[in-house]
Design a protein around this ligand. Sequence first.
Ligand code: ZN
Ligand code: ZN
Length: 329
Amino acid sequence: MRKAVLYLVIGILFSPPLLSAQNLIWFKGNTHCHTTNSDGDETPQNVVKWYKNHGYHFLVITDHNVLTDIKPLDTDKTDDFLLIPGEEISDHCDGAPIHLNALNITDPIEPQHGNSKVETLQNNIDAIIRAGGIATINHPNWRWAFTDTEMSQLKHIRLFELYNFSYNCNNFGAGGNPGMEEVWDRMLSRGILMYGIATDDAHDYRDEFSAKKSNPGTGWIMVRASELTPRAILTALEKGEFYSTIGVLLKNIVVTDKGYTVVIREEDDMKYTTQFIGKNGRILKEAFGTTAVYTYQGGELYVRARIFASSGEFACTQPVFVNKDDSKG
Ligand SMILES: [Zn+2]
Ligand SMILES: [Zn+2]
């Protein structure tokens, strides 16, 4: 019973709003990248230029334990491009890296440390909130640092990196270690609502691009917001009004109290399969074509969607909790 009430509260507070998509625009953005202010190989000016020239609408520069000053970078006030200040708080515990992004902060935040991985994560999350920023948990599978066991114990956190395409972040898992979507499904199956971000965590802008490098443009988010301002973008992020992608683009995501619909932006002669996923990562339905509809049946606990294209590209939409009075489902 307590669980059912909890889900009801979570549902009211955090379900993607049933708002109409009218007057909302999709903005392409990246919440994680580096410059020569930490271990990136390009200047902040050239990093901004790269993202501007590649169709991005917003960018957060997140140097390690440095708050890169965006004022001198934001020279053209009339362009359709937004810079949001940020920092990658780069902490560690028990030999494992503990990295979190602080989005939209005004002063740098020192790593807060802690006596356990959970405490280290939580201390940094709390510091980001105190500073008025929004926290994201970065690349949990990098160095196999921590997993759903630790993340499930955290408070006041809603965003984590589902896909970080810098080199060796182990997004997909192997050898008995869970990939990040499995980690996500484990948290969701416990009734913990988390939204999954894709980033490129770019470091390497020069020389040839390869899978062994951390290049820009490899994964990003599409955020649905009313305008291109930090407030509108970050509010949308916190509400799960976005999807993560490596190329598949969507026209619409419609979540109602009856079902979940995804409308895909068709490219060339690509074919598409949409998987609707529920409790314990179970595939609830597979749909072909550019419009995929799932009607809630009961017992799903949550529903999210994963869209594959025949090109190998894919996208993940955010989960919504359903059947809130059916928590045993
Ligand atoms: Zn990192
Ligand atoms: Zn990074």
